[in-house]
Write a protein that binds this ligand. Structure first.
Ligand SMILES: Cc1cc2nc3c(=O)[nH]c(=O)nc-3n(C[C@H](O)[C@H](O)[C@H](O)COP(=O)(O)OP(=O)(O)OC[C@H]3O[C@@H](n4cnc5c(N)ncnc54)[C@H](O)[C@@H]3O)c2cc1C
Length: 428
C-alpha cells in the first residue's frame, strides 16, 4: 500500500492541473490515470478568449500551454455571408491531448507520483481514504480529488449521484478544413454565426492549430438526427446546405480527415458534500461546448481548490464534510458554475427558441453585431487621418484590446457574475 496526502483519480485537464499545482506547492500527491500519454480525444481545441487565458494563468501553467498553442491574432466575425468585423483575438488553438500533455510535463517537474492504471474502487471517511486499483494495488490518502470526467461509476460507489439537466444539450462536430485552389484562407480565424433558426447552429468557428485550419461546428439536434450521419458522409455538401452563405466568406473548401461528432448532456453531481472526497471539472458538472465554458470551470475549480482549500485542510487533522463543503460554496466557483450554466441555456434559446422574446433577442443581436462592426470599421478607416479624434477616450475604448473582465465579443453577451482574478484570491 502506498501512502500520500492527496490521491487524484483521473489525469485529464482537471486532474493534471491539480497535480501540477499541488506538486508545485510541495504537497505529497499521487495521480492515477489509464494513459501514460493522454491520447487524442475530441474535446476543447482552443483557449477561447482573454478571460479564459487569465483563468488558466491562475493555475501557473499558461506559459507551458502557450508554447504548444497557435495564436491567431485576429478573428473575423461574419453572418449571413457578410463580414461584420475583424477583432483582435486571444484565441490559441491547441488539440486537447497536447493541452493535457503540456500540463502533465509541468506536473512531472515536481515530485508528483504518477500511476498508469485504472481506479476500480473508492472508500471514503473522515480521516483516511482508500483507492483500489484494477490490478489490486491500494493507495491510502488523506483526500481523494475525483477528476474522472463525465464517467459516473466511481462517484456512484461513494453515494454521489448525477442529475441530467439537459439531455443532448448540444452536439459538437470537429474537422480539418482546407481551401480549394488557394494555399490558405484569407482570414487568420473566423466565427460564422447562424443564418436562420432552421440551421439549428449557433456558430462555426475556424481557427489554426499549427499548420491546419480546424473547424468546430456546434448544432442543437437530437443524437439520432440523420443530419449527423450525412455530415459524417458528405461534410462539405451538408455544411453548405445548413449555412449556404458561408462560402461567400471562406471560398470553396474541402474537409480533410475524420469528422468527429460528440453530443454532450448538461449534468451536475448531487450528494457531493462528503468527507474525504472532492470533485473537480466535469466530474462535478459538465458544460455546453457551444458556450465554451468547460475549461473556465476546470481552471476555476482547480485554482481555488489547490490555491486556497487543500493547503488549509491539510494543516489540521481529519477531512470532514464540513471542511470540504467550503470549496463548494466558494464565491468564485459558484459564480463560474452559474455563469457557465446560464450561458449554455442562453445560447440554445437565442439560436432556436421560437418564442417572441427570443426572436427579438436574435434581431437585437444581429443589429448590435452589425452596428459594432460598422463603428469599428469606420474607426479603422479614420486611423491616421484624424489623430486627435483617435486619441479621444471614447475612440480608444472602441479600438482597444479586449478587456478580460468584459464578455467575449466573439460569442455573446453572457458575463460572469464577477471576474476571477487576484482580487478573488485576496478576498479569501
Ligand atoms: C466535444 C467537446 C468540445 C468542447 N469544447 C470546449 C470549448 O470549446 N471550450 C471549453 O472551455 N470547453 C469545451 N469542452 C469542455 C472541456 O473539454 C471539458 O470541460 C474538460 O476537458 C474537462 O476536463 P476533465 O479533466 O474534468 O475531464 P477529462 O478530460 O475527461 O478527464 C477525465 C480523466 O479521468 C480518467 N479516468 C476516468 N475514469 C478513471 C478511472 N476509473 N481511473 C483512473 N482514471 C480515470 C480519464 O482517462 C481521463 O483522463 C468541450 C467538451 C467536449 C466533449
Amino acid at each position: 500500500m502506498r501512502c500520500t496526502d492527496v490521491a487524484i483519480v483521473g489525469g485529464g485537464l482537471a486532474g493534471s492541473l491539480t497535480a501540477a499545482m499541488l506538486g508545485r506547492a510541495g504537497i505529497p500527491t499521487i495521480v492515477i490515470d489509464p494513459h501514460e500519454h493522454y491520447p487524442f480525444d475530441f474535446r476543447v481545441e482552443k483557449i477561447g478568449n482573454a478571460l479564459q487565458l487569465a483563468r488558466l494563468a491562475e493555475t501557473g501553467t499558461a506559459h507551458a500551454v502557450l508554447r504548444s498553442a497557435t495564436h491567431d491574432g485576429e478573428n473575423w466575425i461574419a453572418r449571413r455571408g457578410h463580414l461584420i468585423d475583424k477583432t483582435p483575438s486571444q484565441q490559441h488553438g491547441i488539440a486537447y491531448h497536447d493541452l493535457v500533455n503540456a500540463i502533465r510535463i509541468e506536473a512531472k517537474k515536481h515530485p508528483v507520483e504518477t500511476i498508469c492504471g485504472k481506479v476500480a474502487g473508492l472508500a471514503t471517511g473522515s480521516d483516511r481514504q482508500a483507492v483500489t486499483l484494477s490490478d489490486g494495488g491500494t493507495i491510502s490518502a488523506r483526500l481523494i480529488v475525483l477528476a474522472s470526467g463525465m464517467s459516473t461509476r466511481l462517484a456512484h460507489q461513494v453515494g454521489i449521484g448525477r442529475d441530467v439537466l439537459s439531455k443532448c444539450h448540444s452536439i459538437s462536430v470537429g474537422f480539418d478544413i482546407i481551401p480549394v485552389g488557394r494555399p490558405a484562407f484569407e482570414f487568420p480565424a473566423l466565427t460564422y454565426y447562424s443564418e436562420t433558426p432552421n440551421d439549428r447552429t449557433p456558430y462555426i468557428t475556424l481557427f489554426p492549430i499549427k499548420q491546419r485550419m480546424r473547424a468546430n461546428l456546434f448544432v442543437y439536434r437530437e443524437a439520432n438526427d440523420p443530419w449527423l450521419a450525412q455530415m459524417r458522409r458528405d461534410p462539405v455538401a451538408t455544411l453548405n446546405g445548413a449555412l449556404p452563405n458561408l462560402r461567400k466568406i471562406t471560398g470553396e473548401f474541402h474537409v480533410a480527415g475524420d469528422v468527429r461528432v460528440r453530443p454532450v448532456d448538461l449534468s451536475v453531481s448531487t450528494g457531493y458534500r462528503q468527507a474525504g472526497i472532492v470533485l473537480v471539472g466535469d466530474a462535478f458538472a459538465t458544460s455546453c461546448p457551444a458556450a465554451g465554458t468547460g475549461t473556465d470551470k476546470v481552471y476555476t475549480d482547480v485554482a481555488r481548490l489547490c490555491g486556497v482549500y487543500i493547503p488549509t485542510w491539510l494543516k489540521t487533522e481529519g477531512m470532514s464534510a464540513d471542511k470540504i463543503g467550503a470549496y463548494y460554496v466558494d464565491p468564485a466557483k459558484l459564480a463560474c458554475d452559474a455563469w457557465s450554466m446560464r450561458k449554455a441555456f442562453h445560447f440554445r434559446r437565442t439560436t432556436i427558441d421560437p418564442g417572441l422574446y427570443w426572436r427579438a433577442q436574435r434581431l437585437a443581436r444581429l443589429a448590435a453585431g452589425s452596428g459594432k462592426g460598422i463603428i469599428r470599421r469606420t474607426l479603422r478607416t479614420m486611423r491616421g487621418l484624424e489623430p486627435q479624434l483617435l486619441n479621444s477616450r471614447w475612440v480608444r475604448s472602441e479600438i482597444a484590446e479586449p478587456d478580460p473582465a468584459r464578455p467575449d465579443p466573439n460569442i455573446g453577451d453572457a458575463r460572469p457574475l464577477f471576474p476571477l482574478g487576484p482580487s478573488a484570491n485576496a478576498a479569501k
